[in-house]
Design a protein around this ligand. Structure first.
Ligand code: C5P
Length: 237
Protein backbone atom coordinates (compact mmCIF):
# COMPACT_ATOMS: atom_id res chain seq x y z
CA UNK A 1 0.00 0.00 0.00
CA UNK A 2 1.72 3.21 -1.11
CA UNK A 3 1.68 6.24 1.17
CA UNK A 4 2.23 9.83 0.07
CA UNK A 5 2.30 12.95 2.19
CA UNK A 6 1.19 16.41 1.17
CA UNK A 7 2.88 19.26 3.03
CA UNK A 8 1.25 22.70 2.71
CA UNK A 9 4.13 25.15 3.18
CA UNK A 10 2.93 28.10 1.11
CA UNK A 11 1.71 30.35 3.93
CA UNK A 12 3.27 33.76 4.55
CA UNK A 13 3.42 33.27 8.32
CA UNK A 14 2.68 36.90 9.16
CA UNK A 15 1.96 36.00 12.82
CA UNK A 16 5.57 34.83 13.16
CA UNK A 17 6.82 38.24 12.07
CA UNK A 18 9.88 36.84 10.26
CA UNK A 19 11.46 38.22 7.08
CA UNK A 20 10.93 34.85 5.31
CA UNK A 21 7.73 32.82 4.81
CA UNK A 22 7.33 30.67 7.93
CA UNK A 23 8.22 27.30 6.39
CA UNK A 24 11.62 28.66 5.32
CA UNK A 25 12.56 30.22 8.66
CA UNK A 26 15.53 28.36 10.17
CA UNK A 27 14.88 26.42 13.36
CA UNK A 28 18.27 25.71 14.98
CA UNK A 29 19.81 26.20 11.52
CA UNK A 30 17.42 23.98 9.53
CA UNK A 31 14.35 25.40 7.70
CA UNK A 32 11.09 24.46 9.40
CA UNK A 33 9.76 22.71 6.29
CA UNK A 34 12.91 20.57 6.01
CA UNK A 35 12.40 19.36 9.58
CA UNK A 36 8.72 18.59 8.91
CA UNK A 37 9.50 16.62 5.74
CA UNK A 38 12.42 14.87 7.45
CA UNK A 39 10.09 13.61 10.18
CA UNK A 40 7.71 12.16 7.57
CA UNK A 41 10.50 10.30 5.78
CA UNK A 42 12.15 9.21 9.06
CA UNK A 43 8.88 7.57 10.12
CA UNK A 44 9.54 4.86 7.54
CA UNK A 45 5.81 4.95 6.79
CA UNK A 46 5.84 7.48 3.92
CA UNK A 47 7.04 6.73 0.37
CA UNK A 48 6.99 10.21 -1.11
CA UNK A 49 6.23 13.80 -0.21
CA UNK A 50 4.72 16.68 -2.21
CA UNK A 51 5.44 20.13 -0.78
CA UNK A 52 3.45 23.26 -1.74
CA UNK A 53 5.58 26.40 -1.36
CA UNK A 54 5.29 30.10 -2.26
CA UNK A 55 5.82 30.46 -6.02
CA UNK A 56 8.91 32.65 -5.65
CA UNK A 57 10.62 30.01 -3.50
CA UNK A 58 10.21 27.04 -5.86
CA UNK A 59 13.90 26.90 -6.83
CA UNK A 60 15.03 27.29 -3.22
CA UNK A 61 12.70 24.46 -2.17
CA UNK A 62 13.97 22.17 -4.94
CA UNK A 63 17.54 22.73 -3.69
CA UNK A 64 16.52 21.87 -0.12
CA UNK A 65 15.19 18.45 -1.14
CA UNK A 66 17.69 17.29 -3.75
CA UNK A 67 18.18 13.52 -3.52
CA UNK A 68 15.05 12.92 -1.44
CA UNK A 69 11.70 11.48 -2.65
CA UNK A 70 10.16 14.94 -2.60
CA UNK A 71 8.41 16.99 -5.31
CA UNK A 72 7.62 20.68 -4.94
CA UNK A 73 4.98 22.88 -6.52
CA UNK A 74 3.65 26.40 -6.10
CA UNK A 75 0.83 26.55 -3.54
CA UNK A 76 -2.36 28.60 -3.59
CA UNK A 77 -3.82 31.57 -1.77
CA UNK A 78 -5.41 29.47 1.02
CA UNK A 79 -4.22 26.34 2.79
CA UNK A 80 -6.96 24.27 1.13
CA UNK A 81 -5.90 25.57 -2.30
CA UNK A 82 -2.32 24.47 -1.61
CA UNK A 83 -3.48 20.99 -0.57
CA UNK A 84 -5.80 20.74 -3.58
CA UNK A 85 -2.96 21.56 -5.99
CA UNK A 86 -0.68 19.00 -4.33
CA UNK A 87 -3.40 16.32 -4.57
CA UNK A 88 -3.79 17.09 -8.28
CA UNK A 89 -0.06 16.58 -8.74
CA UNK A 90 -0.24 13.27 -6.87
CA UNK A 91 -3.05 11.92 -9.04
CA UNK A 92 -1.38 13.11 -12.21
CA UNK A 93 -4.01 15.67 -13.27
CA UNK A 94 -1.71 18.63 -12.65
CA UNK A 95 -0.56 20.35 -15.82
CA UNK A 96 3.10 20.40 -14.78
CA UNK A 97 5.39 17.58 -13.66
CA UNK A 98 4.28 13.96 -14.03
CA UNK A 99 4.31 11.73 -10.97
CA UNK A 100 7.66 10.04 -10.70
CA UNK A 101 7.97 9.16 -7.03
CA UNK A 102 8.54 5.71 -5.57
CA UNK A 103 4.79 5.27 -5.27
CA UNK A 104 4.61 4.87 -9.06
CA UNK A 105 2.53 6.63 -11.68
CA UNK A 106 -0.92 6.38 -10.10
CA UNK A 107 -2.30 8.01 -6.98
CA UNK A 108 -1.24 6.53 -3.63
CA UNK A 109 -3.63 4.41 -1.56
CA UNK A 110 -3.00 6.45 1.59
CA UNK A 111 -2.35 10.17 1.80
CA UNK A 112 -1.25 12.23 4.78
CA UNK A 113 -1.66 15.99 4.99
CA UNK A 114 0.90 17.53 7.32
CA UNK A 115 1.50 21.20 8.14
CA UNK A 116 5.04 22.34 7.39
CA UNK A 117 4.59 24.42 10.53
CA UNK A 118 4.83 21.33 12.80
CA UNK A 119 8.58 20.68 12.55
CA UNK A 120 9.01 18.59 15.72
CA UNK A 121 6.26 16.04 15.04
CA UNK A 122 7.56 12.68 16.30
CA UNK A 123 7.99 10.05 13.56
CA UNK A 124 6.16 7.59 15.85
CA UNK A 125 3.04 9.75 15.72
CA UNK A 126 3.25 9.83 11.91
CA UNK A 127 3.56 6.03 11.82
CA UNK A 128 0.56 5.64 14.13
CA UNK A 129 -1.66 7.73 11.83
CA UNK A 130 -0.61 5.66 8.81
CA UNK A 131 -1.22 2.42 10.75
CA UNK A 132 -4.76 3.51 11.63
CA UNK A 133 -5.58 4.26 7.96
CA UNK A 134 -4.04 0.95 6.90
CA UNK A 135 -6.24 -0.75 9.54
CA UNK A 136 -9.28 0.45 7.56
CA UNK A 137 -10.18 3.90 8.91
CA UNK A 138 -10.75 6.29 5.96
CA UNK A 139 -9.89 9.41 7.98
CA UNK A 140 -7.63 9.69 11.04
CA UNK A 141 -6.58 12.72 13.11
CA UNK A 142 -4.19 13.02 16.07
CA UNK A 143 -6.01 14.66 18.97
CA UNK A 144 -5.15 15.98 22.44
CA UNK A 145 -7.45 16.84 25.35
CA UNK A 146 -7.58 20.51 26.35
CA UNK A 147 -5.85 21.67 29.53
CA UNK A 148 -7.48 25.10 29.73
CA UNK A 149 -11.11 25.89 30.48
CA UNK A 150 -12.83 27.03 27.28
CA UNK A 151 -15.40 29.83 27.15
CA UNK A 152 -17.50 31.20 24.34
CA UNK A 153 -17.03 34.97 24.30
CA UNK A 154 -18.80 37.77 22.42
CA UNK A 155 -17.31 41.28 22.40
CA UNK A 156 -15.34 40.57 25.57
CA UNK A 157 -18.28 39.15 27.53
CA UNK A 158 -18.47 35.46 28.41
CA UNK A 159 -21.60 33.84 26.99
CA UNK A 160 -21.03 30.30 28.32
CA UNK A 161 -18.46 27.80 29.49
CA UNK A 162 -18.00 24.88 27.10
CA UNK A 163 -17.71 21.31 28.43
CA UNK A 164 -14.04 20.70 27.66
CA UNK A 165 -14.24 16.96 28.36
CA UNK A 166 -15.79 16.51 24.92
CA UNK A 167 -13.34 18.81 23.09
CA UNK A 168 -10.02 17.91 21.48
CA UNK A 169 -7.27 19.97 19.88
CA UNK A 170 -6.48 18.37 16.54
CA UNK A 171 -3.02 18.21 14.98
CA UNK A 172 -1.42 16.91 11.81
CA UNK A 173 -0.50 14.66 10.09
CA UNK A 174 -4.07 13.77 9.25
CA UNK A 175 -4.33 10.49 7.34
CA UNK A 176 -6.84 9.45 4.70
CA UNK A 177 -7.70 6.76 2.25
CA UNK A 178 -6.72 8.67 -0.91
CA UNK A 179 -10.12 8.24 -2.51
CA UNK A 180 -11.90 9.64 0.56
CA UNK A 181 -9.80 12.81 0.59
CA UNK A 182 -10.17 13.24 -3.17
CA UNK A 183 -13.97 13.06 -2.88
CA UNK A 184 -13.93 15.45 0.09
CA UNK A 185 -12.04 18.08 -1.92
CA UNK A 186 -14.25 17.48 -4.95
CA UNK A 187 -17.42 18.02 -2.89
CA UNK A 188 -16.02 21.04 -1.05
CA UNK A 189 -15.26 22.98 -4.23
CA UNK A 190 -14.51 26.61 -3.47
CA UNK A 191 -16.52 26.49 -0.23
CA UNK A 192 -13.67 24.39 1.20
CA UNK A 193 -11.59 27.54 1.45
CA UNK A 194 -12.85 28.27 4.93
CA UNK A 195 -11.76 24.88 6.31
CA UNK A 196 -8.88 24.94 8.79
CA UNK A 197 -8.18 21.25 8.46
CA UNK A 198 -8.70 18.46 5.94
CA UNK A 199 -10.72 16.11 8.13
CA UNK A 200 -13.33 18.87 8.31
CA UNK A 201 -13.96 18.36 4.61
CA UNK A 202 -14.34 14.60 5.12
CA UNK A 203 -16.87 15.32 7.88
CA UNK A 204 -18.93 17.24 5.28
CA UNK A 205 -19.09 13.98 3.27
CA UNK A 206 -20.66 12.29 6.30
CA UNK A 207 -17.76 9.83 6.54
CA UNK A 208 -16.36 8.79 9.93
CA UNK A 209 -13.22 10.48 11.24
CA UNK A 210 -11.41 8.72 14.09
CA UNK A 211 -8.74 9.99 16.48
CA UNK A 212 -5.39 8.60 17.60
CA UNK A 213 -3.53 10.08 20.59
CA UNK A 214 -1.72 13.27 19.56
CA UNK A 215 1.64 14.43 20.88
CA UNK A 216 2.48 17.82 22.45
CA UNK A 217 5.69 17.87 20.37
CA UNK A 218 3.56 18.08 17.21
CA UNK A 219 2.56 21.65 18.14
CA UNK A 220 2.24 24.22 15.36
CA UNK A 221 4.80 27.01 15.14
CA UNK A 222 2.66 30.10 14.70
CA UNK A 223 4.25 32.90 16.74
CA UNK A 224 7.79 33.93 17.72
CA UNK A 225 7.07 32.37 21.13
CA UNK A 226 6.39 28.96 19.50
CA UNK A 227 9.64 29.22 17.52
CA UNK A 228 11.57 29.92 20.74
CA UNK A 229 9.94 26.93 22.46
CA UNK A 230 10.92 24.73 19.50
CA UNK A 231 14.53 25.98 19.71
CA UNK A 232 14.66 25.26 23.45
CA UNK A 233 13.26 21.76 22.92
CA UNK A 234 15.95 21.04 20.32
CA UNK A 235 18.69 22.43 22.62
CA UNK A 236 17.50 20.14 25.39
CA UNK A 237 17.30 17.01 23.24
O1 C5P B 1 -1.30 29.73 8.80
P1 C5P B 1 -1.28 28.35 9.35
O2 C5P B 1 -0.16 28.13 10.32
O3 C5P B 1 -2.59 27.88 9.90
O4 C5P B 1 -0.97 27.40 8.10
C1 C5P B 1 -0.92 26.00 8.25
C2 C5P B 1 -0.06 25.42 7.15
O5 C5P B 1 -0.66 25.69 5.88
C3 C5P B 1 1.35 26.05 7.13
O6 C5P B 1 2.30 25.01 6.99
C4 C5P B 1 1.29 26.97 5.92
O7 C5P B 1 2.55 27.14 5.27
C5 C5P B 1 0.30 26.26 5.01
N1 C5P B 1 -0.35 27.17 4.05
C6 C5P B 1 -0.26 26.91 2.67
N2 C5P B 1 -0.83 27.77 1.76
C7 C5P B 1 -1.48 28.87 2.18
C8 C5P B 1 -1.61 29.15 3.58
C9 C5P B 1 -1.05 28.26 4.50
O8 C5P B 1 0.36 25.93 2.27
N3 C5P B 1 -2.00 29.70 1.28
Amino acid sequence: MSVAAVVPAAGSGTRLGAALPKAFVPLAGVPIVVRAVGGLLDSGAVDEVVVAVPGDLLDRARELFVGRPVRVLAGGGERTASVRLALELLCGSHGGERPSGPAGDGPPEVVLVHDAARPLTPPALIASVVAAVRAGHPAVVPALPLADTVKQVCEGAVERTVDRSELRAVQTPQGFAYETLRRAYEKAGDSGDTATDDAGLVERLGEPVVTVPGDPAAFKVTTAWDLRIAELLLEGS
